[in-house]
Design a protein around this ligand. Sequence first.
Ligand SMILES: [Zn+2]
Length: 95
Amino acid sequence: MVGKTVIETSGAVKGKVKDVMFDLGGGVAFLVEGDDGKDSQVALSKVTGISEHVVIETEPTKDSGLSGYGMTCKFCGAPKSPEERWCPSCGRSQT
Ligand SMILES: [Zn+2]
């Protein structure tokens, strides 16, 4: 398994399997070394197929703007995460 090329279902090459490890939840994850030399963890649950290459689900791309926050301040419209009880922009309570 180590040394196999990891590709996403979109066809993009993510990197190479550097190690196989167990994550904190007891699941299996691949340590993948990317082309940029940065390691990332890929959970086995993301793997859709293993043959010549390891194929993983394409990660959802985070577009700029509201995604990643999911909510906007009801007063000023600034993006905020649902966990934030006060707007990071105008500071007003969201409850
Ligand atoms: Zn606000």
